[in-house]
Write a protein that binds this ligand. Structure first.
Ligand SMILES: NC(=O)c1ccc[n+]([C@@H]2O[C@H](COP(=O)([O-])OP(=O)(O)OC[C@H]3O[C@@H](n4cnc5c(N)ncnc54)[C@H](O)[C@@H]3O)[C@@H](O)[C@H]2O)c1
Length: 377
């Protein structure tokens, strides 16, 4: 039997325990140590999994035979810790965002090349069945010419959330607000489906929280394939509303709502030709007729409920509560890292793959600051 890979976690508060659950769920993985600068937090997680607690990464690296270290600390600490782990010859899985500045990301990629270890960056929604299906269809060119891609993230985070950690909502350690922390998942999926972003024009603001960084942002994008797109995101939409990623093409369209595929229509599956005015036009014409008769609201509610039932839609708890996370996406991504280590392959989301979403976000900040269109390198 192949030996289990031995994991150590750094950062034991919100997301660290999710990594611990994910590791515990995998037959090929074993948690052996945890580290937190706060000894009580390290002890609590260590007790739960009967492993050894540490208060510094250096002590854990010196004291344990770990194969992989999972970095779950504030975002602006990722670079230094990831490099420290890679220089010790261990593989590393780091939480999103991989880092918050161009310079730190360059350094991480350089050290990864020099050390030859594997680097994976958490973007667990790439492993959702809906994301994989849409990405496969993009690869097959099933949507035809992509013409528009949107990511809409109307989430809610209370002031108490931002006050719960001194690093939250700061430029130095969170690296941004709703974009760098919450929306990076949707931005990563959008660019994974639509391709890289070439240029950006954006507005950001802080409207409903006391914090340094933005709690609302709107960006207009131009993808390298020529299609435009938008990002609209906030953590001030009470009580936290459906996340949507919309992909529109000349031969098909798809909408992911709260991680589930809520709409998919492909020309190649049509048994008869769609007319000159398309389906949406017909539906909206009928809907507006019903509205005029006073029955529209009720029938729309019933149709929405039926559509939600059909698609298996559920409340997106992470739109409202950052702790309400399933460990399953993380488990799939950690399993992908184990595969990459065993086969000497590349993790699905390696450092190069994780870099572009951060570049898009930094481009949005630059455009909002300079009031100019920003072209990405
Ligand atoms: N993938 C996801 O869905 C997801 C969800 C939440 C958070 N995250 C990411 O995870 C990271 C951590 O977020 P969080 O919400 O868990 O933060 P948190 O504040 O809840 O936990 C961070 C922990 O790191 C510890 N810490 C800080 N500096 C340290 C150091 N130098 N050495 C050891 N421990 C240290 C803190 O004491 C704290 O316990 C962030 O980068 C965030 O973006 C990802």
């Amino acid at each position: 039997m192949t030996e289990k890979l031995r994991f150590g976690i750094v950062g034991c508060e919100v997301i660290g325990p999710i990594h611990a659950q994910a590791i515990a769920s995998l037959p090929d993985a074993q948690l052996v140590a945890v580290t937190d600068i706060n000894p009580e937090k390290a002890q609590r997680l260590a007790d739960e999994y009967a492993v050894k607690p540490y208060t510094t990464l250096a002590e854990m690296l010196a004291g344990e035979q770990v194969d992989v270290v999972n970095i779950c600390t504030p975002s602006g600490r990722h670079g230094e810790q990831v490099c420290q782990v890679m220089r010790s010859g261990r593989h590393v899985i780091v939480e999103k965002p991989m880092e918050i500045s161009h310079a730190a990301i360059e350094q991480m990629l350089r050290v990864q090349q020099e050390s030859g270890v594997k680097l994976a960056v958490i973007s667990q929604h790439r492993f959702d069945p809906a994301s994989l299906q849409v990405h496969d269809l993009v690869e097959e060119q099933a949507f035809g010419r992509l013409v528009l891609g949107n990511a809409i993230v109307p989430w809610w985070r209370s002031q108490a959330y931002y006050d719960s950690g001194a690093w939250r909502g700061t430029w130095q350690l969170d690296g941004g607000g709703v974009l760098m922390n919450q929306s990076i998942h949707s931005i990563d999926l959008l660019q994974w489906f639509m391709g890289p972003v070439r240029s950006i024009y954006a507005y950001t603001d802080t409207l409903a929280h006391h914090m340094e960084t933005e709690d609302v942002a709107v960006a207009v994008l131009r993808f390298e394939n020529g299609a435009p797109g938008t990002i609209a995101a906030t953590t001030s939409a009470y009580p936290g509303v459906t996340t949507r990623i919309e992909i529109f093409g000349a031969k098909g369209s798809a909408v992911i709502e709260d991680d589930n595929l809520s709409y998919l229509h492909l020309a190649r599956e049509d048994s008869q030709e769609i007319g000159a005015y398309g389906i949406a036009h017909e539906v909206s014409k009928r809907a507006s007729l019903r509205s005029a008769e006073g029955s529209y609201t009720e029938s729309k509610k019933a149709a929405a409920a039926a559509a939600a039932k059909r698609s298996g839609a559920r409340i997106n708890t992470s739109a409202q509560n950052p702790v309400a996370l399933s460990f399953r996406g993380h488990a799939l991504q950690i399993a992908d890292m184990i595969r990459a280590i065993r086969e000497d392959g590349t993790p699905v989301v390696d450092g190069q793959a994780a870099r572009h979403p951060v570049e898009i976000i930094l481009g949005i900040y630059e455009s909002a600051r300079t009031h100019k269109e920003v072209t990405l390198p």
